[in-house]
Design a protein around this ligand. Structure first.
Ligand SMILES: NC(=O)c1ccc[n+]([C@@H]2O[C@H](COP(=O)([O-])OP(=O)(O)OC[C@H]3O[C@@H](n4cnc5c(N)ncnc54)[C@H](O)[C@@H]3O)[C@@H](O)[C@H]2O)c1
Length: 345
């Protein structure tokens, strides 16, 4: 067993910082030996904060200048295929942030190059490692609420995503950047693939935020029909203005399960009886899923050490991208879309 996995980080932005923190502070089996980001100021800030010794502008410079076993890719979606393909060709194991890629052809190329070069691939679905989500999945699997009939999964985020992440041409927009986790969650917890979706979108805050990107939306609802016959609803709001809100409700033949809460901490304050109780809300995704990010990256390191297959891999990533594409096609064409139109018969 490999004692310490040497990791090169790609991307020093929001998630790059979050994952660098998780690895350096919590995962003794992994060591970040290098950080790649073409924006020097961002790279230096992250490198200094987490004691990363080597920094590079490109993948090519990193393989020349550092020894590493694995990459953690936290860059914008259009770079996922080129970076993952290079990493696989150089024999590096890959942790790849969601969404896996822009389309299914890119997903297939990643799956193929990973297989050909015998490296591991994990896609960043941290909810599969969140203690509450894992408990819910186990209790559904054990039959506690019976056969799942209906699921509602929402992700509402406080901030306007960066320009590349809200543009359909560079990221597939909110359904990909924010709701990727919901596409994976509903499939996982319902134990069934999607059959058909119907999407409605709305743009409430774009004009006030000076967003003139074509087809921009900041509210989305997707009605889902599963192959099992079950029903689902995915909801996205970004920016929502009130905090970070990731909750799921599953109704089974025998009962209901609710997962997640708006309450950030069990600290309640009252200083004025007319105002009532003040309770903190969950403020951000790094706060809500702090342990899930640590556990998913620890799992990645352990899979490399023990040569095991990661729990959330290319297949899960590809199914979520198929959902994104079907959901997007549905609102653009204003009609229900069958998954088989996206993935073939
Ligand atoms: N799992 C989650 O909860 C979660 C949350 C937010 C974002 N994400 C995903 O993480 C990825 C990054 O999102 P973000 O919010 O951190 O973006 P960001 O814009 O904050 O940061 C991206 C960074 O990547 C750098 N970069 C661009 N091209 C590069 C390249 N070829 N090599 C190295 N670095 C490069 C940019 O300079 C930037 O610093 C996206 O795929 C996004 O969907 C995941």
């Amino acid at each position: 067993m490999k004692s310490q996995v040497r990791i090169c980080m790609f991307g020093a932005g929001r998630v790059g910082k979050n994952h660098s923190k998780a690895i350096t502070r919590h995962i003794p089996g992994g060591k970040i030996v290098a950080l790649v980001d073409p924006i020097e100021a961002v790279r230096k800030e992250t490198a200094v904060e987490y004691g990363i010794e080597k920094g590079f502008d490109t993948f090519e410079q990193a393989v020349e200048g550092a020894d590493f076993d694995a990459v953690v890719i936290t860059t914008p979606t259009p770079t996922h295929l080129p970076l993952a393909a290079l990493a696989a060709e150089y024999g590096k194991h890959i942790f790849l942030e969601k969404p896996m890629a822009l389309n299914l052809q890119e997903c297939d190329q990643i799956i193929e190059v990973v297989k050909k070069n015998h490296v591991l691939l994990q896609v960043g679905f941290m909810r599969r490692f969140d203690p509450e989500f894992v408990t819910a999945a186990q209790r559904i699997e054990a039959g506690e609420i019976g056969q799942p009939m209906m699921i509602k999964s929402n992700t509402h985020g406080p901030g306007l995503p960066p320009p590349w992440a809200r543009d359909l041409r560079t990221s597939n927009g909110m359904l990909a950047e924010v709701n990727s986790h919901d596409w994976d969650t509903v499939r996982w917890l319902m134990g069934s693939n999607l059959e058909r979706v119907y999407t409605e979108v709305a743009n409430f805050k774009g004009p006030a935020n000076n967003v003139d990107t074509p087809n921009f939306y900041d509210n989305v609802l997707v009605n889902c029909k599963f192959e099992s016959g079950g029903l689902g609803l995915i909801s996205g709001v970004c920016p929502c203005g009130y905090g970070y809100d990731a909750r799921v409700e599953i109704i089974g033949e025998k009962g209901i399960m609710q997962l997640g809460t708006l309450e950030g901490q069990a600290v309640v304050v009252c200083t004025n009886r007319d105002q009532g109780l003040i309770r903190p809300i969950v403020r951000t995704w790094p706060e809500r899923f702090a342990w899930a990010y640590i556990y998913e990256l620890e799992h990645f390191v352990q899979c490399i050490q023990t040569d095991s297959t990661p729990r959330a891999g290319g297949s899960e990533g590809r199914w979520a991208v198929a959902g994104v594409l079907a959901g997007t096609k549905s609102f653009l064409e204003q009609r229900p879309v069958y998954l088989k139109e996206i993935i073939g018969e």
